[in-house]
Every structure is written in C-alpha cells, then in structure tokens.
Write a protein that binds this ligand. Structure first.
Ligand code: NDP
Ligand code: 8X3
Length: 261
C-alpha cells in the first residue's frame, strides 16, 4: 500500500521536457506540490499550466541552471520562501553531448558541460537541500542515473563517466544519510525517447530518430511511473536502485530492431 504525496513538496530539476516533465506531472497526480526548474522558462510554463490543470494546485516554476551557483541558490531560496520545506528532490537535469571516441572529439566544451550538469549540478542541488530534506522528517533524494552508469560503451566515455559518478555519489549519500529520515534512490533507465538524443546530436533530428529506429523505446511516462512508485512507498521502504530498459534492449548497446533497420 503506497503513501500519498499530499502535503509534501517535491522539486524536479530539468522539468521542461522528457523524464523531468513526466515526473513532475506524475508526482502532481500523486498529490505532491511541485517546484520545477529548467533553463527554458517558456517550456517550463507550459508544464506548470498542465500540472495546475491536473492537480488544481499551482506549482512553482522558475528558471534554473544547475551549472550556475547563483541560479541554484535563487531557485532554492524561492522554493523555501514559497513552501518553507522540501520532502523530495528529483535530480533529473542532465544530458549527453556527442557520441565520438575520446581521441576524436574536436573540442572539450561538451565534456565540461556534461560534467558540470550531470555531476556538479546534482551535487550542488543535493548539498544545499540535504538539511531541508532531513528537517522534513520524510526526505527522499531520487537521482536519475542510467544504464550508462553500469556499462560503458564506445563513444560514450564521458557521458558514461558522469553516470558512473552519479551511481557512486548515490551510494555514498545512502551511507551518509543512514539513520536520518532521508531515502536515497537511483533510477537508471536505458533508451527513453525524449529530447535526449536531439540534444546529444546537437539538433540533428534524423540522427536522433535513427537511435530508436525499428525498436520500441521506453517513454518518459514509463520512467515517471517508476519514480512515482519509489516515492510513494511507505517511509521505511527504500528502493535503492531501479534499472529499467525496453523489452527491445539488453545491455548498453544490444538492441533488437525490426523491419530491417
Ligand atoms: P531531455 O533532453 O528531454 O530533458 C533534459 C532536461 O534537463 C530538460 O528539461 C533540460 O531543460 C534540463 N537541463 C539541461 N541542462 C540543464 C541545466 N544546466 N540546468 C537545468 N536543467 C537542465 O532528456 P531526458 O528527459 O531523457 O533526460 C533526463 C535525465 O534522464 C538526464 O539526466 C539523462 O541523462 C537521463 N537519462 C536519459 C535517458 C534517455 O534515454 N533519454 C536514459 C537514461 C538516463 P532546459 O534545456 O530547459 O534547461
Ligand atoms: C541514456 C541511455 O543508452 O544513450 O542514459 O546511454 S544511453
């Protein structure tokens, strides 16, 4: 029997699209009040409108760049001013940029951005919010890892490195928070069709579409469902890790494709 999110506050980073958007909606449906952040505020506003339509409760939707300390500080201050407390932090904001072997990468800016977003951004949000999650008495950190954090693949060295780091950080947090009222969960999806591959290939839609050609990828809603499940378990139940793949995927790069694709 699950617990309700009613009366609880959840933050979702990277909620302007994909898994973050679907998670914010799923948590609103589970009764949570939402604070959502991302850099594209117009897309975020549309998500906020949808959340209000579904739940009747207006979320706090604010610009957030997890790579920018000032932005993170301003976002968290606004959340605390509006709600005074935080129960759930979903560290979702993240990206892959490029799919080239390490020695063929032309410039290192993409590496820096992946490290800054996926690792430093997650740490920045977590460090500031842990005291508030403890104070809530029913805190929960949900980090979005990846199958790429379990198995490295050629052309994914730095992205996989960031997700291996997320897995290590999640494990360390669970040790550090042992005995405190904060659960720590890693959600590790395989291939999910979102804006992820469009971002990875710098807007090349045809190349992004080819990633999912002839197979049935997961949807953002599939992952949101797992996150909603984890955060609505009774408070003594900690889901450590969920690895979720499409039926058409086994391992990081083994994919069953049909129609000769
Ligand atoms: P999307 O590209 O659809 O969503 C990424 C989200 O992150 C967007 O809302 C984007 O918003 C936000 N974001 C990016 N940079 C920043 C930043 N600096 N500060 C705040 N928000 C930021 O991809 P997904 O939904 O697929 O990705 C979400 C997470 O899931 C990522 O951590 C990804 O690594 C992980 N993942 C994805 C998988 C997949 O196959 N799709 C599989 C496994 C894990 P904006 O640009 O407006 O800031
Ligand atoms: C995203 C899944 O397969 O592109 O984390 O690395 S994959």
């Amino acid at each position: 029997m699950g617990i309700s999110g009613r009366g609880k506050i959840a933050i979702v980073t990277g909620a302007s699209s994909g898994i973050g958007e679907a998670t914010a909606i799923a948590l609103a449906e589970a009764g949570f009040q939402l604070a959502v952040g991302a850099r594209r505020v117009e897309k975020l506003s549309a998500v906020a409108t949808e959340i209000e339509r579904i739940s009747g409760s207006k979320p706090l939707a604010l610009a957030l760049d997890v790579t920018d300390t000032q932005s993170v500080d301003a976002f968290i201050a606004a959340v605390l001013e509006r709600f005074g407390k935080v129960h759930v932090l979903v560290n979702n904001a993240g990206k892959a940029l490029g799919r080239d072997p390490i020695d063929e990468v032309a410039n290192e800016a993409d590496w820096q951005e992946m490290l800054d977003t996926n690792v430093m951004g997650l740490l920045r949000m977590t460090r500031r919010l842990v005291p508030h999650l403890i104070a809530s008495g029913e805190g929960h950190i949900v980090n979005i890892g990846s199958t790429a954090g379990h198995e490295a693949y050629a052309g994914g060295g730095v992205y996989c490195g960031t997700k291996f780091a997320v897995r290590a950080i999640t494990g360390a947090l669970r040790q550090e928070l042992l005995g405190k009222p904060v659960r720590v969960t890693s959600i590790d999806p395989g291939m999910v069709e979102t804006e992820f591959s469009i971002v990875r290939f710098h807007g090349d839609k045809a190349r992004a579409d080819a990633v999912y050609a002839g197979m049935r990828p997961l949807t953002a809603a599939d992952i949101a469902d797992c996150i909603a499940f984890a955060v609505t378990r009774p408070v003594h139940v900690n889901i450590d890790d969920m690895i979720i793949t499409s039926i058409d995927q086994a391992g990081a790069t083994r994919v069953a494709r049909r129609d000769g694709q």
